[in-house]
Design a protein around this ligand. Structure first.
Ligand SMILES: [Zn+2]
Length: 272
């Protein structure tokens, strides 16, 4: 179903790759450029870019997670390239800013698996609070998630304990929501389970088996409902045809908003 545009091998890595070059590209003081990189002043801003010479006939610009890249024919002088950059300044700065905001949003969304950090859960924000305990024990009390761990437990044990707890909540909630929407649809899955896929929020197989990503728990409840309804609707229509969306609309009328929300979500499961 809803498929993020790319799946990072590791969310933390991806966030790093995304943010570092951009913040470099928009440094306000005159920096020494990185090897192979040049700088240009565009509307009072120092912008770093990667210049590649090629056989193409025109100067090309690209702004992505690595910042600004310029491809130019070998015979074009640096002065000409800079002139072209100045002419395109507004577009370049706007694109760089979009990418920087995108990176910042992802950074905000990335969960820090550590004592005192916050955990988004179904629209709420819990504070994870580590306490000393003989064995691993996690429980929620209002907006606090108490994480009981032996004193020698490291950061991985902390993360695993919390993720295990979130998965258990997911099993309970998804079971409930599947039953609710299956009632409306008049049909339920042959079986269902949690997934931790990096590229899919949910899936429905031709055998009627549904998988739901436990990371949906980090989103507001109506997003969970939308994904559950979406996958169940595939039991009737195993495609994304007009008929399929009609089925979704019958059991979850407000699907367009949830669908747009999920689509605007930064392009992968930055939450790990
Ligand atoms: Zn689908």
């Amino acid at each position: 179903m809803t498929r993020p545009r790319q799946a990072p091998r590791d969310a933390a890595d991806a966030a790093l790759q995304l943010s570092l070059p951009l913040f470099d590209a928009l440094r306000r003081v005159d920096p020494a450029p990185l090897p192979g990189r040049r700088i240009v002043r565009l509307e009072q801003q120092i912008v770093e870019y990667q210049l590649t010479r090629s056989r193409r006939r025109t100067i090309g610009f690209l702004v992505d997670d690595r910042g600004l890249s310029v491809t130019a024919p070998r015979w074009v002088t640096l002065a000409c390239i800079e002139q072209a950059l100045v002419e395109k300044a507004r577009w370049i700065l706007r694109k760089l800013d979009e990418w920087r905001q995108h990176a910042a949003r992802r950074e905000r969304l990335a969960i820090q698996w550590e004592d005192g950090a916050s955990l988004p859960l179904l629209g709420a924000s819990l504070r994870m609070q580590r306490v000393s305990a003989a064995r691993v024990a996690v429980h929620r009390e209002d907006e606090v998630l108490w994480v009981g761990l032996p004193d020698d437990a490291g950061v991985e044990v902390f993360r695993d304990a919390v993720q295990h707890w979130v998965r258990r909540q997911a099993l309970d909630l998804f079971e409930q929501r599947l039953a609710h929407f299956a009632g409306l649809l008049g049909q339920g899955p042959s079986r269902w389970g949690l997934s931790s896929a990096r590229t899919r929020w949910g899936s429905c197989g031709p055998d009627g088996a549904i998988r739901l990503n436990w990371r949906l728990m980090f989103f507001p409840p109506h997003i969970v409902d939308y994904v559950v309804a979406h996958e169940l609707a595939h039991l009737k229509e195993l495609n994304h045809s007009r008929r399929f969306w009609d089925v979704v609309g019958q059991i979850y009328p407000d699907y367009a908003k949830a669908r747009a929300w999920l689509r605007s979500y930064p392009d992968d499961l930055a939450l790990n």
